[in-house]
Structures are given as C-alpha cells and as structure tokens.
Design a protein around this ligand. Sequence first.
Ligand code: URA
Length: 230
Amino acid sequence: MNDLSAVPTTAETYANPEAATSPSVMVVNHPLVQHKVTLVRSEETTTDNFRRLVREISQLLTYEATRDLAMETISIKTPIAPMQSPVLSGKKLCLVSILRAGNGFLDGMLELLPAARVGHIGLYRDPETLEPIEYYFKMPEDIQERMVIVVDPMLATGNSAIAALNRLKEAGVTTMKYVCLIASRPGLRALHAAHPDVCIVTAAIDEQLNEHGYIVPGLGDAGDRLYGTK
Ligand code: URA
C-alpha cells in the first residue's frame, strides 16, 4: 500500500493480507478501537480514564501489529492427548518507547508480550524548528537481533519518528514496526517516505497539523494528558 493519499481517515482498514508481507499502513478500524479513540480524544476524559484508555488501545493495536509474527509447531500433551500446537518463534521482540508519551503504551503492551525487552529514546522537539533533539538512548545489548516495535501515541510531523528509526537503524536494527494512536497524514507521508520498509500501525489518521505541530483535531498533548501535567 504505497499511495498514502488513498489512505482513508478512519473507517477502512489496511490491516489486509499484504500487511504481513509488504510494508504498509494499517489503520485498525475495529469498533472497540474506534469507540475508545473517540473517548480518548474528548477533552472531558479525565487523566485516569485517559491512561486506562491508552493502555487498552495499545493492547488492541499490539494484537494487530503482531499478527504476522513467525510461528512454529511444538509437541505438547494436554491432559487428554498429545498434540502438535503453535507457539511464537523467530526474532525476539523489543518494544521501544519514544519518551515520554510512548511509556503510556508500554505497560499494556508488556502484558501481552511479557518476554519483550524494552528500549527508550528521549527526543524533544525544538519549539522553533520542530526538529527532534536526542537526550536519551538506552537499548538492550542485542537490539540488532530483535524485531523492534517503536511506540509513540502521536505521529505528528514525523520528525521524531524518523529520527528514532534512523537511530535504531544506525544501531543495527533491521526489522521494525511503528505503532501510534493517531497519525497526521503529513507525518504518515514523511515517515513512510523516509522509512518505506517500516509498517505503520495506527488507530486513526487526522488530516492536519497546527502551527505548533499538534495534530488537528488529535487529542491534545498526549504526555500532559497521560500524566496530568497540564
Ligand atoms: N504530540 C502530542 O502529544 N500531540 C500532538 O498533537 C502532537 C505531538
């Protein structure tokens, strides 16, 4: 799915059979996800509910983002009979949170992927240029051997996402997905252009950014809403 101008705003999904084999954008249009996204967007949603909803959405997005994980069959015995049964195989996982809002995704994701390692990247946006400045980078030592899922709720200009993926590729990572809650269409285009090999999984696509780089309509500042700092 390369023609991003054709990506719909929310209602259709590209969580399609090709997503497993070709880099693409996956818009998760499951009714539960869309319902929770509406609640999370509302300015009336309190900090505790916002945090819970982000956690729940992160789990539903993880379910889709991991749909194409490699599997193998092992022999087990149930109390009734022996059988061949599937388990995960292939590359081990690392979740990489772009601080600080990415951390709102981590706990829920780790409940589904308890053996995953976790890395953190700290980037802040220069308020003038909106360019990302790195202040923290801590990854597992074997990061280059892992499949990495980078998480940040808001894909706005795409600058931070691109910088994070550049940095991870420099560190030797070869297999990555990017999971966000809301993507702006400009950010999606920029990220896809810079990293066409990375599948982007999102719950919604919003058309615009404002002059401060916030997604419109978006949900405001995800970090502030997660941690009640405003
Ligand atoms: N970061 C946020 O938290 N919200 C936006 O709308 C854009 C970037």
